[in-house]
Design a protein around this ligand. Structure first.
Ligand code: BG6
Length: 488
């Protein structure tokens, strides 16, 4: 299919950072290769480091080879793609250095400009101020803010306030790459284009929901950054709460960006604030110790290079969350996320209630509750677990659980695809999959209470061995409600 080819300048602050090399540049490479970007579009990579053009090409070539998936790197495409990339040397602490960017951008003054701020959010305000001082913000400019924005409600409000001095809210794209994943969008399709689920999607029929995002990787050379945040701020405040919103939201009145975001924010406002007792009973935080993953030894979080041995940052968090509204009252949502766990797995499990009464003989027939399992990674799949008769001739009928696959499962799904979709949405000025200011604030308002409780040690830090599924306290968290984590 022939695409509309967009012409714009994309300026990446933190262009030589981890995210840029791992996700943003590979995503742009794909957009270029698949002809979504006009060949005249430019990608301005902002870095503090100055280097010759030849060295820069070499650096990007090696990063692309490292981070594109097997078979995706093509020297011919790379040599065309690299022509679109301009290196621009800026030191954020020295406003004068923005002169370099002005010179580059002013050559194509009328173009849409997308400023992608992939730096620590502490720099967002000063970058926007400098862009404004050099008159680099036009009505057709947009700014993308990487998460997490701040470390709590107060810092997030002050950063957003700074950015909004220079950009209007409709020019600000707060990114959460989970919203760009195909299966995440499929949740909307599944829920709102099928009659089938409509009468079942509530507290009368659903027993509970589980959302797990586990990673086998550690902090990947970003110890210092990660240690300032931890699992609750890095994953739960944004990715997992966004997934929860999509599962729990009421039907929006249209696909328009504000309709969807209005419904998501209502869910965030309905999250029950935790009391100190809830924090004790319903939250778990833990750090990984040494262990082994895929047969390889792995050092503990506190023994990693550059680690502060006294760090009190969690690499795992699990919570029981309650939503106080008509649809969900009494249906717990169990959330957990951690680094250095046994495997990479992002999954939502919607477990339906038991049937009211079984007419089947108790001859080993174990009727398990129906489940809808939505897997985002490492494969994308949506599967409904149903009971069925074993096809055999026996005196007494026997049952088994079968999987009904609701889509064609796709394996080896990468994060770059999510970035590809979201960058394209920014290029097309479509904010639907981005977070509005009130959403980010509502998520922080709720999370802050837990962070404060943890700071006061309402829940002590647990440990778990690398390569396991987290601490035993996480099993107890769900077992105390007579439930267990889903494990196929
Ligand atoms: C990022 C977090 O937002 O998401 C990382 O900052 C995490 O710590 C990553 O590794 C996980 O993304 P994905 O798409 O690989 O699950």
């Amino acid at each position: 299919m022939e695409h509309h080819k967009s012409l714009c300048d994309i300026i990446i602050f933190g262009g030589h950072g981890d995210l840029s090399f791992r996700k943003l540049l590979p995503a742009l490479y794909h957009l270029y290769k698949e002809a979504y970007l006009s060949p005249d579009s430019r990608i301005v990579v902002i870095s503090r480091r100055d280097m010759t053009q030849a060295k820069h090409v070499e650096l990007l070539r090696s990063k692309m080879k490292e981070f594109l998936r097997d078979g995706e790197y093509d020297e011919e495409i790379f040599s065309e793609f690299i022509k679109r990339i301009v290196l621009c040397n800026i030191d954020f602490d020295n406003e004068k250095s923005f002169e370099h960017l002005k010179k580059t951008l002013d050559k194509e003054e009328k173009r849409d400009r997308i400023y992608y701020l992939s730096t620590s959010s502490d720099f967002f305000g000063s970058i926007c101020k400098s862009l404004s001082a050099f008159k680099l913000i036009k009505s057709n400019s947009r700014v993308v803010l990487e998460k997490p924005i701040g470390r709590d409600l107060e810092s997030s409000q002050s950063i957003n306030k700074e950015v909004l001095k220079y950009f209007k809210e409709n020019q600000v794209y707060r990114i959460d790459h989970y919203l760009g994943k195909d299966t995440v969008q499929n949740i909307l399709a599944l829920r709102f284009s099928n009659r089938f689920f409509m009468p079942l999607w509530d507290a009368n029929n659903i027993d509970h929901v589980q959302i797990t995002v586990s990673e086998s990787v550690g902090v990947e050379g970003r110890w210092g950054y990660y240690d300032d945040y931890g699992a609750l701020r890095d994953m739960i405040q944004n990715h997992l709460l966004q997934l929860l919103c999509l599962i729990a939201m009421e039907p929006p009145c249209s696909l328009a960006s504000d309709s969807i975001r209005d419904e998501k924010v209502k869910v965030l406002h309905s999250l029950r604030n935790m009391t100190p007792e809830d924090i004790r009973q319903r939250t778990v935080r833990a750090q990984y110790k040494s262990g082994s993953i895929n047969g390889e030894p792995v050092v503990g979080y506190l023994d990693a290079e550059g680690a502060d041995k006294n760090s009190n940052t969690e690499t795992f968090a699990a919570l029981r969350v309650d939503i106080d509204n008509w649809r969900w009252i009494g249906v717990p949502f169990y959330l957990r996320s951690g680094k250095r766990m046994s495997k990479k797995n992002s999954e939502i499990v919607i477990q339906f209630k038991k049937i009211p009464y079984s007419i089947f003989p108790n001859n080993g027939n174990c009727i398990t509750e129906n489940k809808l399992v939505i897997t985002l990674q490492p494969k994308e799949s949506i599967s409904l677990k149903l009971m069925n008769k074993i096809p055999e001739i026996t005196e007494q009928m026997r049952l088994q659980q079968v999987d009904l696959e609701l889509n064609a499962p796709k394996t080896n799904v990468g994060t770059a695809e999510a970035y590809q979709r979201l960058i394209l949405d920014v290029i097309h000025a479509n904010p639907t999959l981005f977070m509005r200011l009130d959403e980010v604030e509502a998520a922080w308002r709720w999370t802050d209470i837990i962070l404060e409780g943890w700071a006061q040690n309402f829940t002590t830090m647990k440990t778990y061995s690398a390569g396991t599924d987290g601490p035993s306290a996480s099993i107890q968290l769900i077992a105390q409600d007579a439930r267990s984590w889903y494990d196929e």
